[in-house]
Structures are given as C-alpha cells and as structure tokens.
Write a new protein. Structure first.
Length: 377
C-alpha cells in the first residue's frame, strides 16, 4: 500500500473534514458564547496571575489557584452580602409602585382641564385595571419560564467558571498547540501574528477601562450638579455598566429615572416628574455623545480602525447577534485584518509586514526570567 495519498483522495478528505467541522460547529454553537465569556474573564484575570508570579515568585499553578479562587469567592459571597439589601429595596420599590398606581387612579378619576379643553379619563379606568389584572394573572406562567431560564443559565454559569480556570491554567499550552499547527517554517510568522493580535486586544481592553472611567466621571458630575440622590453610586454604576453596549446604559437610565421619580431633586425646585424628564434629556444627550463620538474615537485609535467603521460595527453587532458580539466585534475585526493582511501578502507573493519588534521584546523578557530563575537556584 502506498504511503502517499493520491491528489483526489487528499482533496476528498479535506472537503469531508471541512464539512464535518462545520456541521459539528453548527451543532455545538450554543457553547461558543459561554466559552467566549470565559475567555474574556480569563484574559482580564491573567494580568493578576502574572503579577503574582512576577512580584511574589509564585509558580504558575499556585498563582492561578490563588487569583481564581479568591475571585470566585468574591463572586459567590456577593449575593450573600447584597441580597438582603436588594430584597429590602425591592419591597420599598414595589410599595412605591403601588402608591404611584393608586395616585394615578385617583388622578385619572377626575376630569383634566386645560383651558377650555376637558379630558375625562374615567372611562378608561376599567380598561387600565383589567390590563393590570391581566399582567398579574400572567405572573405564575412567567415565573415558570423564569425558573426554566434560570436553571439553564445556572448550567452555563458552571461551564463558564470551569472554563475560566482551565483557560488560566493551560493558556500557554493552548497557544503553543495552536501555533504548532502551522508548518514549521511558518511558526515564527504565526507567533508574530499572535503577538500582534494580543497587543490589539490589550489596547482594546485599556480603551474599555478608559471609557468606563470617563463615562462614570461625567455622569457622576452631571448627577451631582442637578441634585440626584445617590449621584456617586449611580454615576459609578453607569460607568461600570457601560461595558455592556446599549443594555448597560439603559439599565443605568432606568435606575436614575426611578430614583428621580421617587425621591426628586435634592435642591432643584421642580416636581419629581419634571426632574425625571430632565434626567432623561441629560442621559440621552450624554449617551449619544458617547456612542457617536467618544466610544468610536477611543476604540478606533486603540486598534487602528476608522471611527466610522467602529460605530457601524458595534451597531450592526447589537442588531444582528446581540450584546456579546458587540463587546468583542471591534478587536475581532482588527484581528481579522491582521490575519487578512498576512494572507494577502502570501497570495500576492509579497513580504509580510510583521511586527518583528514584538518577538524581540518577548525574547528579552524570557531571557530576563531565565536569568532570574538561575539566580534563585
């Protein structure tokens, strides 16, 4: 039997392998999102692992265990610390909603006069009460869906926390495994491409942190200036939630509006309703400035993409694929362009424009680590 396959046989196996990989990927596609989330968390936590190794001389596994289990402990302990207060706030909020509903019924039961125009909304009270009753009677069925969704999300959460640990523990092995899939004479190119992509993701993460800090600071100042109760907490929360495109700012806006409607301003002589309108206008202006100008500018510069492309990419990702894709779409496009530039050079027979300085920096760092290890020995 010949050791070398014929050309038709090789092409047939290649086509069948591609079909099998695509079919398998399509079948297991629900797991990609938790793995991407786990990868993002591992990427964010990896600098802490490296800090433990460099500053305290810990072994990699010990540093990973220390950072991972401390972080996991904080995550698991936070519900215990915050749930009682959250339940108390929910009770207060629900009582306020009931009070607002009762006041609305009283307000609508009397004719509303604006000049010579008289509007009697009492005829619509029956429909309003029936609508509220329909919502309340549908709560048990919705609760079942919530329980089902919570159980499924709990399973995915378990997948995420396990995957984060193994990403932290074995990332170097996974990276080398991927690089070694390239033919030997192209492995240096593969390593340089990886290092350039790694630098892009690090720059993107720094831009996200900067954006969160700027947004949190601006909103905190804005809320303080108009007397919103809890301005510091709401401003910081707005900055933190900014990492979730569109949905995060929306949650922060709902919280600010609820506080405005229930508490009013600390010093502005206006009603709670008009204070909430003012909150909404300020939020709308600042969020649009952030979405249209600040976010594309920061992220575009961090990954060397045009600001317009960044804005369109994020909006398209939110509309087509959802929140998670909007979080990673910018560095993914930048990474694809790095790979595409290399492939284009190969197709055209040109010399690839790779960042040789990145490899030199890595070699210098590795030499310094080897010298430190030898000194310890």
């Amino acid at each position: 039997m010949s050791k070398n396959w014929s050309t038709p046989a090789r092409y047939l196996i290649l086509v069948l392998s591609i079909i099998l990989v695509v079919a398998l990927g399509w079948y297991i596609r629900p797991i990609f999102q938790p793995l991407v989330i786990a990868g993002l968390f591992a990427y964010i936590m990896m600098p802490l692992v490296n800090l433990m190794k460099d500053r305290f001389g810990l072994k990699h596994k010990l540093a990973v265990n220390l950072v991972y289990f401390l972080s996991l402990g904080l995550v698991l302990a936070s519900p215990v610390l915050f749930i009682p207060e959250l339940i108390a706030q929910i009770q207060v909020f629900s009582n306020d909603l009931v009070r607002i509903y009762e006041e609305a019924l009283v307000f609508l039961s009397e004719p509303i006069r604006v000049g010579t125009f008289v509007f009697d909304a009492s005829d619509y009270l029956v429909e309003l009460e029936s609508s509220v009753l329909a919502v309340l009677t549908g709560l048990p069925e919705q609760a079942l869906h919530i329980i089902e969704s919570t159980s499924r999300n709990a399973a995915w959460f378990f997948v995420i926390i396990v995957a984060v640990y193994y990403f932290l523990l074995d990332w170097d092995k996974l990276r080398e495994l991927l690089i070694r899939q390239a033919p030997e004479k192209y492995r240096r190119d593969a390593r340089l491409i990886f290092l350039e992509i790694k630098e892009l993701w690090a720059a993107y993460l720094r831009s996200q942190i900067a954006l969160m800090a700027i947004v949190g600071t601006v909103f905190t100042i804005a809320w303080f200036s108009i007397g919103l109760p809890g301005a510091l907490i709401i401003g910081i929360l707005t900055g933190l939630l900014n990492i979730i495109p569109d949905v995060g700012p929306m949650v922060a806006m709902v919280i600010a509006l609820a506080v405005a409607l229930l508490e009013g301003s600390l010093f502005l002589p206006i009603s709670n309703f008009w204070f909430a309108v003012l909150i909404f206008i300020i939020f709308l202006v600042l969020v649009n400035l952030k979405n249209i100008w600040l976010r594309p500018r920061l992220m575009g510069r961090s990954v060397h993409l045009h600001e317009g492309l960044v804005f369109v990419a994020i909006m398209a990702a939110v509309l087509i694929q959802g929140i998670l894709s909007a979080i990673v779409i910018v560095p993914v496009i930048a990474s694809a362009l790095v790979i595409g530039r290399y492939l284009k050079a190969g197709v055209l027979g040109l010399e690839p424009n790779l960042r040789e300085d990145l490899l030199e920096e890595i070699e210098v760092v590795e030499d310094m680590k080897e010298e430190a290890d030898e000194t310890e020995l």
